[in-house]
Design a protein around this ligand. Structure first.
Ligand code: ZN
Length: 67
């Protein structure tokens, strides 16, 4: 099996989201703190309008740039 070379060339196509909805937060981050300040707006991950909050409220999206 060939080893994949880690490359950061695709990062520019995938800016770190300012806002995320709950499903996307759970998918990319971890457990929600649920003390977050939600507001209604556009999720930067899926593009839908929903209750959104900051990725840090899901423990940050640690694997955002590596998936
Ligand atoms: Zn979303």
């Amino acid at each position: 099996m060939k080893e994949k070379t880690r490359s950061f060339s695709s990062i520019k196509e995938k800016p770190y989201p300012n806002w995320t909805c709950v499903p996307c937060g759970l998918k990319h981050g971890g457990k929600a703190k649920l003390v977050s300040t939600f507001h209604y707006g556009k999720c930067d991950v899926c593009g839908k309008n929903a209750e959104v909050t900051e990725p840090r409220d899901f423990g940050h999206f640690k694997h955002w740039f590596t998936k």
